[in-house]
Structure formats: C-alpha cells, structure tokens
Design a protein around this ligand. Structure first.
Ligand SMILES: Cc1ncc(C[n+]2csc(CCOP(=O)(O)OP(=O)(O)O)c2C)c(N)n1
Length: 436
C-alpha cells in the first residue's frame, strides 16, 4: 500500500498535482501517516503512551487523527501538500467529506480543471460494498458543481470484513463493483507483487490526470493477523489462516526477487532492515520523553484565522441600507428582457407580486432570503448553496434560476447579475443524496 501511495504521489507531482486530500480507515493508517504523510514517529509512539489529553478535543483514538505536510519529492524536484483527514469510527463517512474538501480547495485555488488538487480515498473491502455513502459519493463525482475531476479510490481488499467472508458480505463478484455505476475503470492487483502494484498506481494517476474521472484500485491482499491486535483469526477463518501462516511476508518476497536478479545482496538487505529498526527504536526512546499531547500537532487542514477568538456575546452588525434593499429587491423582481428570454407566464405573475410587495415595504420568506444572499454577494462573500431543488425551491418560492420557455436548457440565474464585482453564487440542484 505504501508503494502504491508513494508512486501515486510522486507521479502526481510529475503531472502537475500540487495538493492531495486523502482519507483512509483504520487499516495501515499509522504506517501511512509515517511513510507517506511523513508524520514524526515520535508523535505516533507518544500517542500510545498512557497520557491524559490536556486539551479539549484531543481525546479521539489514535488511529483517527489526521495530519498534513508539504513534502519535497526528490524524484521530480517538486513540492506537494499531502493532507490526511481525521475520521470518525463510522466507516466511509469521511469519503464525501474529503471530496468536499477537495472541491473547496479547487475553488479557492481557481483550479477549474482539477489539475492541481485531487482526492485519494482508501477503503476496506467490506465497507466499500456495504456502506451506502460510497455509492452516494460515486454519484456526486460527475455532477456540475460537485465534480472534483476524478478521485483515486483504493480498496484495501484483505478479503474479510472483521470476521465475515465476502460470500456473506456482498452480492456482487468483486468488492469494487459499486464503482461500475459511474463506469470507473477498476484495476485489480496482487498486493504481493510490489512492482505490479507500482505499475497500476502509475496507470491510475495517469488515467485520472488525463481523463479527470474516478478510478479504482482493488488491492487484493490478506491480513496476517486478526482484525485487530487482540483478535484470533483462527476462530472464524481457520483454513485461510493456516495458508497465510505459510506465506512469506512481502518484504521477504521482494528482497528474494531483487537478490535473484542480482540487484542487491544479503548485506544490503540486513543493512536496510537494521537502519529501519534503529530509526524505530530511536523515536520510541524519544517518545518516552513526551509528557503532553497537543491537538495542534494533528491538524489536517491548516486554516489561518479559523480559531481566532470571536466574542460570542457581541453581535456583528449585519444590517444593510434601504438603498441596498431597493437595489437587490428591484433586481429580484425584474424579468429578463422579453426579446432575449421567454419567461413562463406564472413566473411573470410571481415577479409582479414581488414588485407589489416591495412597494408596500414588506418581504416574504423568499424576498428576505434574496436580500440576505444578495447582500452577502455584494460584500464579496462566496455562497455555495446545493441540494435537490434548491434552484427553484421545493415549494416554488425561490426561483433563483429561470428557464427559457423557447430554448431548451437556456437559463437566467437571477442573482448572478446583481453587482458587477459581486462574489460567485454557486447554486446547484444535486442528486437526491442526503447523508453524503
Ligand atoms: C459504519 C460502521 N459499521 C461498523 C463498524 C465496526 N467495524 C469496524 S472495522 C469493521 C470491518 C471493516 O471491514 P473492511 O471494510 O473489509 O476493512 P478491514 O477492517 O478488513 O480492513 C467493522 C464492521 C464501523 N467502524 N463503522
């Protein structure tokens, strides 16, 4: 898995990616934090010491915290930001969150093609098939204003969900079959073949950067031990685990291959193994000296000003002048020029009723909402407003997008033309997806 991620990150920088937003569940997470996100080993070891969390919010279990880093990639001489999102125990809920973070970063970076910012989401095989939010996330992937130009999904397919075999956990042949709903290519790879893993990783990132679509890597592997440190896998999968015990670990397999090809010798292998163990031991010793955990060490998205002190008792002045009210409401009541845009007769009636309301100095819900959004847009505050039916409004009250009655697909987005220098109003109907 590390090989796969390293290859994606390195090749990503070659293809112009500047930022990767990642999510993953428990399996292999600490290893990933250290070897891909380059989290200090001392910090990881310190998390496992019995210490009182000293700050509010620092009490989550150690496998769930996130991190971020600006990494220099030697192979390409380029920098990349890698962020691993914190996630709760509830499997897969982080998936749409990470896609949303990616969308937000693309927006603020002006990355309208997804060339610079992308998401990598890692899943477990049982969770990928079982949790409906995966399907929801997949379906958001190609919708206007939700599209992040392709995520790479990696399914860590260890062929067991806790203690449950696939035949009792899914009705489809492959754990990755849910990705068929968006026609995402799926590359199945034997995790014991490190070079094949690197190869499919390269194919995946090149596919994503060229075609800007989701792609799935089905990383077919096995767990050497039980679900967690305490679990005994022989209780439930005795035959599988008898076989697993006879298997060489992947490092031994790859070392033997390199040796047989004359690339390395025993002394090289011993030296690297010792070097790695020495590094682990050094940081383990250093971790003993850590006495306090700080949540600030585990921020996955540095956000200047986010935690700035705001006095909750002080109410901000948000009022607007009568002149602004008139500008916004007059615009909101005005139909587009009839020679350019044919509006439905019913809309004309609604607009006339609105104009009458303005004259009488009153505002109903829809007018109040338009005044609120309009004034925010005037103050150059970007609004993203998405969900099923938000353009018209479920109760036919909003009508922020009008539809040409004579030209199919032509629309007039009412609040987009309030002020020449206003902020962008990202208003979009969405899939009928609530959880994601
Ligand atoms: C929504 C949800 N349901 C149940 C659990 C409990 N749980 C934790 S891990 C796990 C099995 C996950 O299997 P899989 O997705 O194959 O990942 P693996 O642990 O095998 O890597 C379960 C059921 C959970 N964390 N979240």
């Amino acid at each position: 898995m590390i090989v796969m991620l390293e290859e994606i990150v390195d090749s990503g920088t070659r293809l112009g990616v500047e930022s990767i937003v990642m999510a993953m569940q428990h399996r292999g997470r600490l290893n990933m934090l250290v070897n891909v996100c380059r989290k200090q080993l001392t910090d990881i070891f310190a998390q496992f010491k019995p210490m009182e969390p000293k700050e509010p919010g620092s009490g989550d279990i150690k496998y769930h915290l996130g991190t971020y880093i600006h990494r220099f990639i030697r192979r390409t001489n380029r920098y990349i930001k890698v962020s691993m999102s914190a996630n709760p125990s509830h499997l897969e809920v982080v998936s749409p969150v990470v896609v949303g973070k990616t969308k937000a970063e693309q927006f603020w970076k002006g990355d309208n093609t997804g060339d610079k910012v992308m998401a990598i989401i890692m899943h477990g095989d049982a969770a990928f098939t079982g949790q409906g939010v995966v399907f929801e996330t997949m379906h958001l992937s190609n919708l206007p204003d939700f599209d992040t130009y392709g995520s790479i999904h990696i399914v860590c397919n260890n062929q067991i969900g806790y203690t449950t075999d696939p035949r009792f956990a899914r009705s489809s042949p492959y754990c990755s079959d849910c990705a068929k709903c968006v026609d995402a290519p799926v590359l199945h790879v034997n995790a014991d073949d490190a070079e094949a893993v690197a190869h499919v990783a390269r194919v995946a990132i090149e596919f994503r950067c060229k075609f800007k679509k989701d792609v799935v890597l089905d990383f077919v592997c096995y767990r050497r031990f039980g679900h967690s440190e305490e679990d005994e896998p022989m209780f439930t999968q005795p035959f599988m685990y008898k076989k697993i015990r006879q298997m060489e670990t992947v490092d031994k397999k790859y070392a033997a291959k390199l040796k047989s090809e004359g690339v390395v010798n025993d002394a090289d292998i011993k030296h690297w193994e010792k070097e790695y163990m020495d590094t682990l031991n050094l940081h383990f010793e250093l971790a003993k000296k850590v006495t306090k955990l700080s949540i600030m060490d585990w921020i996955d998205t540095p956000w200047t000003g986010f935690f700035e002190a705001v006095d909750p008792k002080k109410i901000q002045d948000t009022g607007i002048s009568n002149a602004t009210i008139n500008t916004i409401s007059n615009h909101f009541c005005k139909a587009p020029e009839p020679w350019a845009f044919e509006v439905h007769k019913g809309i004309n009636r609604i607009l006339a009723a609105r104009a009458k309301m303005v004259k009488e100095g009153i505002a109903d819900w829809a007018m109040g909402e338009a005044l609120a959004y309009g004034s925010l847009l005037r103050d150059r505050i970007h609004i993203r407003f998405t969900g099923e039916d938000v353009e018209r409004g479920t109760m036919a009250h909003r009508h922020h997008v009008l539809h040409h009655q004579g030209v199919d697909g032509a629309t007039y987005r009412v609040l987009d033309q309030l002020y020449p220098d206003q902020a962008r109003y990202s208003l979009h109907n969405s899939s009928l997806c609530e959880f994601g």
